[in-house]
Design a protein around this ligand. Structure first.
Ligand SMILES: NC(=O)c1ccc[n+]([C@@H]2O[C@H](COP(=O)([O-])OP(=O)(O)OC[C@H]3O[C@@H](n4cnc5c(N)ncnc54)[C@H](O)[C@@H]3O)[C@@H](O)[C@H]2O)c1
Length: 397
């Protein structure tokens, strides 16, 4: 048996998404085909040590660190996921790349366009793989919509309606965290809306213009937490409050090359825990994907063979005709169910395939580049400029 290359993986941030990354790396070698390198789960780093220990223990990582800088000089670490608050991404990513580590950074790339530009620049200069995690581009239903447009089945996209409604911030008792600090656009639009923008662009192409943007902050202040926070959870709070400075809701109109779109992102939509949805109307039909039924799409096609009063949307259960399902699961059949956590496995696998040099045409689609992450931030910035000027149209270069 030949000696296999070993790739050591670490995750910085053991919060909500950090756990999904830790789990994703663990399963990444179990999909598609035997992976040509050994993947060693080395470290989970978090300033909250008990959290790091819990995630490392659950997913089989060898050690924990409370200072991410320890990873810079760790010879046994080759690949690092950066899964902390957005304003912390730049420093960590730049230092990791300079230390020769491959980096998978969470979305949005940062909380400011200046930092995102600097990060994209650092990635361009680095020989390491630097990618950003727009996991929904790997949701089989989103990929299926994109395929139906690309292969001509649906014809040209005429308009797209997309929304990412979530309800994690509905309660005024949800404490102040990094999610509620920052400039307009860094709230719901950057948090869940960045996924929506990436999914919409995968289906309808690049956004060229933003207009009619409106932001609303519905809960203007939040109590400070007594201790550490993870994800969206409720914790004990103090009597002190801090003002929320960014958007609870964002709505905008966009122009793609061929199509128009209306998009909304909300973190205060009761009853919509994870309501990410795309509807496209095209010249030959229409299609809908909704994360709350993630392994199916609804499809309507004009059909001269079917009487108009008998035609309508049909539900398509995505099955082994789709690569992520054909290659992503041990048991392969239509209707087996696909979840958001699976997309972290698919993402980790695509990243590993790039690191070992598998050619793009043989690999699962590459993860988004830092330049893609910067573009995503530019759309958010354009929406912020539009919202600040009563909905004025802002063209992206
Ligand atoms: N792809 C997705 O579906 C998805 C989902 C949620 C969050 N995210 C992204 O993941 C990132 C993290 O979000 P989250 O919800 O997991 O946040 P979180 O608040 O749940 O967790 C962040 C963790 O970072 C730790 N931390 C803070 N400062 C640190 C430091 N200096 N060094 C090491 N650890 C530190 C905190 O203790 C905490 O455990 C954000 O960029 C967010 O946008 C992506």
């Amino acid at each position: 048996m030949t000696q296999q290359e070993t790739l050591g993986v670490a995750v910085i941030g053991a919060g909500m998404a950090g756990a999904a990354h830790a789990a994703g790396w663990r399963a990444a070698t179990t999909v598609r085909s035997p992976f040509p390198a050994q993947v060693r789960l080395v470290a989970v780093a978090d300033i909250a040590e008990p959290l790091a220990r819990s995630v490392a223990g659950r997913y089989g990582y060898e050690r924990t660190e409370t200072d991410w800088r320890a990873l810079l000089t760790a010879d046994d670490v080759d690949i690092v996921s950066v899964v902390v608050a957005n304003h912390l991404h730049r420093e960590i990513v730049e230092e990791l790349l300079a230390a020769g580590k491959h980096v998978l950074c969470e979305k949005p790339l940062s909380d400011s366009i200046e930092d995102a530009q600097a990060m994209a620049e650092a990635a361009r200069k680095s020989p390491q793989v630097a990618r950003v995690g727009f996991t929904y581009q790997r949701a089989p239903g989103v990929a299926a919509l994109s395929d139906l447009v690309r292969d001509g089945t649906l014809g040209e996209v005429v308009h797209l309606n997309g929304r990412y409604y979530s309800d994690y911030a509905c309660s005024p008792q949800v404490p102040m965290t990094w999610r509620y600090r920052g400039s307009p656009g860094s709230g719901a639009l950057a948090d869940v809306g960045s996924h929506l923008l990436a999914a919409a662009e995968l289906v309808a192409g690049p956004i060229r213009n933003v207009s009619g943007a409106r932001f609303r902050t519905v809960i203007p202040e939040r109590p400070l937490p007594k201790g550490a926070t993870v994800g969206h959870g409720l914790v004990e709070v103090t009597d002190e409050t801090e003002a929320v400075t960014n958007d609870d809701w964002a709505g905008l109109t966009v122009e793609f090359d061929q199509a128009s779109g209306t998009l909304e992102a909300s973190r205060v939509a009761p009853g919509h825990p994870n309501g990410h949805r795309l509807e496209i109307t095209c010249t030959k039909g229409s299609a809908i994907w909704d994360q709350e039924s993630p392994s199916e799409i609804q499809l309507f096609l004009h059909d001269d063979q079917v009487a108009a009063h008998q035609n309508g949307f049909r539900v398509v259960k995505l099955g082994p005709g789709h690569p992520y399902i054909a290659e992503g699961y041990p048991m392969v059949a239509p209707g087996i169910g696909v979840g958001q956590n699976d997309t972290f496995i698919f993402q980790a696998r695509a990243f590993l395939e790039e690191v070992v040099g598998l050619p793009e045409e043989e690999s699962w689609p590459r993860c988004a580049s830092f330049d893609d992450g910067l573009r995503n931030m530019r759309v958010i910035e354009a929406a912020a400029r539009s919202a600040a000027a009563d909905g004025v149209a802002v063209t992206l270069d």
